[in-house]
Structure formats: structure tokens, C-alpha cells
Design a protein around this ligand. Structure first.
Ligand code: WTA
Length: 660
């Protein structure tokens, strides 16, 4: 390969045009692309009109200190007012904002009026605890409405929140509390997961011990929601019950307007080094970007749609597409506390049936899990209310896309495969459901108002039919503003590779097909080099998953004396898939299948059949660990794995299979 580009091997020819009725009535039509291209700032200024401003902005974009961009300069608004109060003021107070479904089966429907009261009470309560604008608040909670209320209460008083996913350990929580200097922690006794109460408060206690809070006194209070009724250790110096202070507070709270660039939240994300990056998002641009994209990509009709995003509020998807974007748009949505298989494997489909969900947003890893369980489970439920499906978090393999489309979407619903990052805050590359003829496995094109391209190592856009690095070519309102306390790392990580061009380096490999549609090929560090061919893990995984017996696959490049790297695959078989070859015979069949789908160059050197894959709690496969196994190294840090036992199983299996 002359150039550091990715080989473009896998081909896909199916396309699905938008349903005619959706296209006719779509929120955003084809003309939006041209309008945005003709006047980038004008386009975003128009989208800013979706919000209530206490003071209008005087400048759309200030790029004088790029890449430290500022959006909507001089404007002022309150995020909680925009997400809650203004819907009540517009006479929509009786509309349900959140249909909460607890894992044990308890439910609550919270209207916008209820939400306004609850957020106001919580805002009064945290102010009473001494929180003022600019303070940091850590939120460590299960998926219950109070998590949303806590975030909005912080936004309302101008405190910056950092939500730490409830599955993270006390250590992870401690380092985040310390890094952002959180004055208050909002938590719960626990939440329900997999049919049982799962404690949270003890991890907060351990985190405070770890940072020696008794001496350092960083955290002044811990506000605790009672969810499970478990016994909790109580430190009277800092601990306060939510029901004692929030429920007792007044529902009157005047929301003060904050500057457009006032910090809204910090979201920690793992980087290439051990130290997590504190990704900072600010007020107005973030809300404009998430509200617009939620309106455009989900074609949200707030009066009639019922929306459900299955992410956890602890991830960026939960921030942008459960809390801020949807609520700014006055959505009615479902919030589910638990796991998809509790108390039975049809739980999600039952919720869709019960609440007549119309718009559904989930991750490929979940879809592949359901594929593994078999279609007979969703087939038992009435999913006819659905009109649109979304995917996020990873490339969706064509096979998983087709299953999602046919089994869940009844071959009727368009799929929006949305590419974005914690850093981008909002969706960047995605079909528009009323405009784009989608292709299974492609995120298609940049949204209106977004600039994206695929370029070579030295910054030349690749021609259609080739691959390279994904870059974002224009600033966008919800872009990260910096990494908390580390401007230098911010510039180095995202803005130095294509400094001359002023492009944002996303760290993802991608290709443009013959029509210019964009296909994401995984993180750049997941790219393999086999005999000088740059192969993407995603493409080979997709080829494996297209075999009828395969539910999930993870591919890594392992050092190889002759070819530089060799393709090593780990495969989970579908449950109840029709009988056929087993063991070594099946492995051969799968190797040949990849050769047929992609080419002999991509044929895995070895394939191991495994019961599980190592994944982070947000569902991303940790290929780094599989690479350790494939290269016979001691397996590295597994602390962010959802299930730490998985690696031991795989390493053991690998040992026996090589010994055989
Ligand atoms: C990957 C999640 C392909 C990508 C919102 C990106 C995707 C990283 C897609 C960000 C998609 C996310 N197709 N890849 N539709 N969506 N990714 O920060 O590698 O958790 O860089 O944000 O996920 O992950 P993050």
C-alpha cells in the first residue's frame, strides 16, 4: 500500500428508501443540506431559534482562538428552563415526560408539570446544601427518574455535573470526584439489576475513604435517594436523604440564565493512556446541537411519538439523547431501570408493546445479543407501534442491521445508524430518515451543518471507493470545549494531526463507497496490517456475523513472523442455530466463509469459539485484551470490563486449544 489507507473489501449493495409517508411529513427534508452548506453559521443560528434565550447571542461562532471555539457568544439561557419549564408554560404540562419502568415491575409516569416541580425542589435542596453556580457535582445513580432530575437540578443552578456510570467501581468514582473536585455526590442506596438490588452507596463510602474525605473535605455532602431500601452505613457529617431534603423543598425556584459557554457537564472517557479524559461540554451550543439532531434524525413529533433510548444516563448517549436533546424537544419517553433479560428475555419488546413505543434507539451489541437468543422471543410481541429504529456506539454489521430491520422493524421502519462520540456531543454522520436511502452497515453522510471527510495520512481526501481516517472539517455547536484541566492534551489528541487544515481527528478509520457514503471501520488502533494490507476489524467481524451460525465476533491482529500481523477471531455462536459442523470443521467453514465474503487475505489464521467476549459496560469489545491472549501475553488491565470472569475463560480455552 502506497498510502496509509484501509483496504476497501467488503461490498454491500442493498439500499432501503425512506417510507413514503415518513418522507412526505419529515421534520427535515433534503433541502437542509444545501441550506447548511451555503451558510454554516446562518444554519446554526436558525437552529438556535429552537431554544428560549434569556439574552440573544451577538455572534454565532468565535473562532479567533481555534480550536478553542466559542458558540453563540453573548447569549444567555437556562438549560433546565428549556428542557422543562417552557413546555409547561406552553400548556403541555400534562404531557408525560417520562414513563419510568423499574426492573421489579414498578412504574411511574411523570408529566412535565411533575418534572418541573421535582427539578425545582431538587434545585432548592442542593442550593440549601451550599451548591452555587460553578461548583462540581458527581452523580452516581441507577437508571431512575431521580438521576434525570439530579442532572437537570445541577443545570438549573449552574453547577457542573459529572455522571459516573453506576457499574463503575469505587476507585473509578474516587478518581473522578478528585479530578473534578466535586463538592456534592448524588447517589442512591442502590438500584435493581438482574432481579436483585445492587448497592451503590457502599461504593460512595469507599470512594470517600479512598480520597480521605474526612481530612481533605472535598465532598461536603452525599445526597442519597432511597430506591431499594437496603441498609446503608450512615455518616451523619455528610450524608443526607433525598426524601428528607428534596421532598421538603419548595416547588418554586427561579431559574437564572447562564452564559452560552458556561460549563454544563464533564464526561470522563477512557483514552489511550491510563488517565481518563474529562470531556467538557458547555451550555448553549450543546443544547442546540442535541435538540436539532434529535429532531432531525428521529423525526420526533413530540405530541404523538413515544421515544425510548436504552442507553444508561451514565454515558454520553444518555446525556444527549435521554436527557438534554429529547427533553429540550418536549418528548414523551420511556426510562427503563434494568437489564434486557430480567425477568425474561422478552422484557424490552414487552415494554415497546405496553407503551406503544414509536422511536427506538439502541446499540449493535444489544441487537447481536438478541440475535443470539433467537427471533422467536421478539416475535411474541406486538411491535407494530415502531416507526423508526436507531443504532449507536459501534459499526452495525450488515447482518445485525438486516435482523434489526426485519425482526424488530417489521421491514417497515428505517434505521438511522448514527456515528458520533462523547467528544462531538451530538450525532454527526447519520441518515436523515425521510431523505436518505440507507445501506446496511453505513452511517451514510454528514448531517446538515456538519462537515466530515475521509482523508489519507497526509490530509488528502480519499476518492470514492477508498479508505482512510475520518475527520470533521467544520466546527459544530456541541463540540467538546477542552479536556478538563488539560488544554494541551485536548489540542494534541484531536487537533494536531491535521493542524494545518484545522480538522478534528476522530480516531476512527472509515471508507467512502462508490457513491460517497461513509462506512465506519472501527478505531484506528483496531486496524490490522496483514502482509502489507490494512484490514479493518469491523469488516472481518461483519463477514463472520453474516454466517448463519455466528452471533458475535471480535477480531484482532496478532503479531505474526511472516505476515507482520495475522487475523485472529473470537466467535460466539447463535443459540439454537440449526445443527451443522462443529469444532474444527466449523472453524474451517468460518475461515472459508470470510475468504468468500472478503478475500483470502482476510482469512483468519485462527478462530476460537467462545461463550462470551470481553466488553466494557457500554458494550464496546475490548480488543486490547483479546490481543494479549492472541499474543500469549498476560492479560492487561480488566477493571473496566462488565464481566471480569470472561477473560479467564477465554485465556483458559486458548491454552487448551493450543495444547491440543
Ligand atoms: C464508535 C458513543 C460506527 C466510534 C456515542 C466512535 C461508531 C466511538 C458509531 C465513540 C456508529 C459510535 N458507527 N462506530 N454508528 N457510533 N461509534 O465516545 O469508534 O462512547 O469513535 O460515543 O464509538 O464512542 P463514545
Amino acid at each position: 500500500m502506497s498510502d496509509e489507507t484501509l483496504s476497501n473489501l467488503l461490498t454491500e449493495n442493498r439500499t432501503f428508501a425512506p417510507p413514503a409517508d415518513l418522507a412526505a411529513d419529515a421534520n427535515v427534508k433534503a433541502d437542509a443540506y444545501a441550506a447548511a452548506a451555503a451558510d454554516h453559521e446562518g444554519f446554526w443560528a436558525e437552529q438556535a431559534g429552537r431554544l428560549d434565550w434569556a439574552e440573544p447571542f451577538t455572534q454565532v461562532l468565535d473562532d479567533t482562538a481555534a480550536p478553542f471555539y466559542k458558540w453563540f457568544v453573548g447569549g444567555k439561557l437556562n438549560v433546565a428552563h428549556n428542557c422543562v419549564d417552557r413546555h409547561v408554560a406552553a400548556g403541555r404540562g400534562d404531557q408525560v415526560a417520562i414513563h419510568f419502568v423499574g426492573e421489579p415491575g414498578d412504574t411511574r409516569s411523570i408529566t412535565y408539570s411533575d418534572l418541573k416541580d421535582e427539578v425545582s425542589r431538587a434545585a432548592n435542596a442542593i442550593e440549601e446544601l451550599g451548591i452555587v453556580a460553578g461548583d462540581r457535582v458527581a452523580i452516581y445513580m441507577p437508571m431512575i427518574p431521580e438521576a434525570v432530575v439530579a442532572m437537570l437540578a445541577c443545570a438549573r443552578v449552574g453547577a457542573t455535573h459529572t455522571v459516573v456510570f453506576g457499574g463503575f467501581s469505587a476507585d473509578a468514582l474516587a478518581s473522578r470526584i478528585e479530578d473534578c473536585n466535586a463538592k456534592l455526590v448524588i447517589t442512591a442506596d442502590g438500584g435493581y439489576r438482574r432481579g436483585a438490588p445492587s448497592a451503590l452507596k457502599p461504593a460512595v463510602d469507599a470512594a470517600l475513604e479512598k480520597i480521605d474525605n474526612a481530612t481533605t473535605a472535598i465532598v461536603e455532602n452525599v445526597l442519597v435517594v432511597r430506591r431499594t431500601g437496603q441498609d446503608v452505613a450512615w455518616n451523619t457529617d455528610v450524608d443526607v436523604w433525598w426524601h428528607e431534603v428534596v421532598d421538603e423543598s419548595s416547588t418554586d425556584h427561579r431559574a437564572q440564565a447562564f452564559d452560552a459557554e458556561h460549563p454544563l457537564f464533564v464526561m470522563y472517557s477512557s483514552g489511550t493512556t491510563g488517565k481518563p479524559k474529562g470531556i467538557l461540554h458547555t451550555t448553549a451550543g450543546y443544547l442546540v446541537g442535541t435538540a436539532y439532531t434529535h429532531h432531525a434524525v428521529f423525526d420526533l413529533k413530540p405530541e404523538t411519538d413515544v421515544y425510548w433510548c436504552t442507553a444508561d444516563v451514565g454515558w454520553i448517549t444518555g446525556h444527549s439523547y435521554i436527557v438534554y436533546g429529547p427533553l429540550a424537544n418536549g418528548v414523551t419517553q420511556v426510562l427503563y431501570e434494568g437489564t434486557p433479560d430480567t425477568p425474561h428475555k422478552g422484557r424490552w419488546w414487552e415494554i415497546i408493546q405496553d407503551y406503544k413505543v414509536t422511536l427506538f434507539y439502541t446499540a449493535p451489541t444489544a441487537i447481536r445479543t438478541f440475535m443470539k437468543w433467537g427471533r422467536s422471543i421478539p416475535d411474541e410481541y406486538d411491535l407494530s407501534s415502531l416507526r423508526l429504529l436507531g443504532s449507536v456506539g459501534e459499526p452495525i454489521n450488515p447482518e445485525a442491521y438486516m435482523w434489526y430491520r426485519e425482526v424488530i422493524g417489521g421491514d417497515r421502519c428505517p434505521i438511522v445508524d448514527t456515528w458520533w462520540q462523547t467528544e462531538t456531543g451530538m450525532m454527526m454522520i447519520s441518515p436523515l430518515p425521510g431523505v436518505t436511502a440507507g445501506k446496511p452497515g453505513s452511517a451514510m453522510t454528514a448531517l446538515p451543518g456538519v462537515g466530515a471527510d475521509v482523508v489519507s495520512e497526509d490530509g488528502v481526501p480519499v476518492p470514492n471507493g477508498s479508505g482512510g481516517y475520518l475527520v470533521l472539517t467544520k466546527p459544530w455547536p456541541s463540540m467538546l470545549r477542552t479536556l478538563l484541566g488539560d488544554d494541551e492534551r485536548f489540542v494534541d489528541t484531536y487537533w494536531s494531526k491535521y493542524k494545518e487544515q484545522g480538522w478534528y481527528f476522530a480516531g476512527d478509520g472509515a471508507k467512502k463507497d462508490d457513491d460517497g457514503a461513509i462506512w465506519l471501520l472501527g478505531r484506528v488502533d483496531d486496524v490490522m496490517n496483514v502482509s502489507g494490507h490494512r484490514l479493518s476489524t469491523t469488516e472481518i467481524e461483519s463477514a463472520l456475523v453474516s454466517h448463519p451460525r455466528v452471533a458475535e465476533a471480535a477480531v484482532v491482529g496478532a503479531a505474526d513472523e511472516t505476515t507482520g500481523q495475522a487475523v485472529v477471531a473470537y466467535v460466539i455462536l447463535r443459540e439454537g442455530a440449526s445443527a451443522g459442523a462443529t469444532g474444527e470443521e466449523l472453524v474451517q467453514e468460518l475461515r472459508n466463509h470470510v475468504a468468500k465474503e472478503i478475500g483470502a487475505i482476510a482469512k483468519p489464521r485462527s478462530i476460537m469459539l467462545v461463550p462470551e467476549l470481553p466488553k466494557t459496560r457500554s458494550g464496546k469489545i475490548m480488543r486490547r485484551l483479546l490481543k494479549d491472549v492472541a499474543e500469549n501475553r498476560t492479560v492487561g488491565d480488566t477493571t473496566t470490563l462488565a464481566d471480569a470472569g470472561v477473560m479467564a475463560l477465554i485465556a483458559e480455552g486458548q491454552k487448551t486449544s493450543t495444547e491440543d
